[in-house]
Design a protein around this ligand. Sequence first.
Ligand code: N7H
Length: 485
Amino acid sequence: MNYSTLQLDLNDIQGDLLTGMQKHAELFLFFKIADAARFKAVVREYVVGLLTHGGTVQERDRIVAARRRRGGSGSGEMPWLGMNLGFTKDGLTRLLGPTRPQMDPAFERGADDPETIAALNDPPPSKWLRSFLADRIDAVFLIAGPDKFFVTSHGNSLRGRLGSAIKTVYSEIGTVRPGRERGHEHFGFLDGISQPGIRGLAPVSRPSAAPEQGLPGQDLIWAGEFVLGYPGQNPRDPIKPGPIEPLPAPWAKNGSYMVFRRLEQRVPEFRAFVAAQAARLGIYSELLAARMVGRWKSGAPLELAPLRDNPALGADENRNNDFEFGDDPFQRKCPYAAHIRKVYPRDDTGNEAEVQRHRIIRASIPFGPEVAPGETTTRHSRGLMFVCYQTSIERQFEFIQRSYSSDPRFVGGKTRPGGGAVTPGFDPIIGQAPSGGPREMDEPYPNYPAGNRRTTLEMPHQFVVLTAAGYFFVPSITALRTALT
Ligand code: N7H
C-alpha cells in the first residue's frame, strides 16, 4: 500500500469522528426506539440526508478558509448544523433482531455493566443521574451548531419528524465556555490541543524533516484505529500498516465506537484543594495545577515550559505539541502522573509502537454554568461531556482509563536520581481508586532543573465524577441507508 494514498471514504464516515463538527453548542439526545419500523422509515427517508459526514466537514473548512482569505471572519457568520447518530447494543438489537452479529466485546458489555464498572473503578449506576437511567437507551443524536437555541430548535424539529417512533430518555446541551475561556474546560485548561494525526487525512507540515508527523509532534496513526475497515497500527512498527481487523458484518465498514461519559467537575473544590496544597508545598497554585495536568492553562506543555507559563507557546500549534517525555527521566519537568503524561505517555514506556495502539480521538464539550460568585462548594452540575472514538473500546478508551490513569504503578520501571523505584500514583484528573477511595501522586513539587525534595500529593476525593456513561456504535451513512434500516 502507498502510505500517502490511503483512501478514506469520508463521505461515508460520520463527521464527528475523524474531522470533528463545529461545536459551540451540542445537544445530546438519548432515546429509546419505541416503534422500530417507523423509526427505520424516517431515518432512511429524512434523517440520513441530514447527517454530517467527513466530506461535509471538509467542505465547510474549505469555505471558512476561503472567507478568511477574503478578509471575512470565517465561521462566525455561518450557522452550520452538525448531526450524528449512534446506537447502543440494545439499539442495534432493536434494529436487527437478537441474531445480529456480535460487535466489539466492551460494546456488547455496555458502560453500565457490573464488569465494566468494576474494571474501571467507576461509581455504580445507582449514583449516576437518575433521569439518564429512567428507561433503556437505544441511541443518541449529537446535534451541533452555533448556539443553544439553534441546536434546541433542530432537536425539536427532529423529534417532531420522528414522533412516537422514539421516546426521549435524557437530553442535555453542552456549550463552549464564554469569552476568553472559550476552548478551555471548566478547570480552566485549554483543551483540544493534541489529537492523533490520521494518516492520509492530516496534512504533513514538514514533509522532509518529519514525514511521519502531521503538525510538529503529532504522530501519524493508521485510520483503522478509529474507523472500521482500514489498516490499524502495526504493534512492531508504527510506520508500516497493521492488519485490517475482520469486520463483524460488512455494514460495519466506515463505522466507529463512541464512548460517552458525563464527567462532573468539582471546580470550587479543585481550586480550594490546589490553593491549600500549593501553600503546603511552597509553590504557587498555577504551578501545582499545571503539574497535575502536564500543561499550563494556556496549553503550554510543562516539558517545554517547566516552571513558568508561556501563553505564546500554548497558542502555537506548531510548537505546543512538539515534545516527548524520554528526556525528562526524573519527572523534573512533568510528573509521571500528570494527566497528559498518563493518558498518552509518548516515548515514556520504551515501546512507542505499543503506546500508539492505545490512542483515541476526543470530541468533548463542556456542560453546565460558570462557577457563581460565592459558590465555594459545587452547587450547579458542570463538567465535560466526554466523547471519544476508536475501533476497540477495550484496547483504547478502557485501557487508558484503567491501565494508565487508574493504575498507580504506571508508568513502571522508573527510578529516582539516586536509585530506588518510583510509584507514580494516580492521574489526578481522571484516575479512580476502587470505591472512590483516596489517591496519591508522586512529586507534585518540581525538582527542576535538579533537586531531591521528595513530595506526594494526597487526594482524598475525586474532582471529576462520572454521572452517566454509554457505549455507542456510530455506523456509516451507507449502513444507515441500507442494512440497518
Ligand atoms: Fe483529558 N484537563 O483539563 O485536565 N485532557 N481530560 N481525558 N486527555 C487533555 O492535549 C481533562 C479525559 C486525554 O495527546 C488536556 O487537548 C479533563 C478522559 C487524552 O498529549 C487537558 C477531563 C480521557 C489527551 C485535559 C478529561 C482523557 C487529553 C490537554 C475530564 C480518556 C491528549 C489538552 C473532566 C480516558 C494527550 C489537549 C496528548 C488531553 C483535561 C478527561 C484523555 C487540559 C478536565 C476521560 C488522550
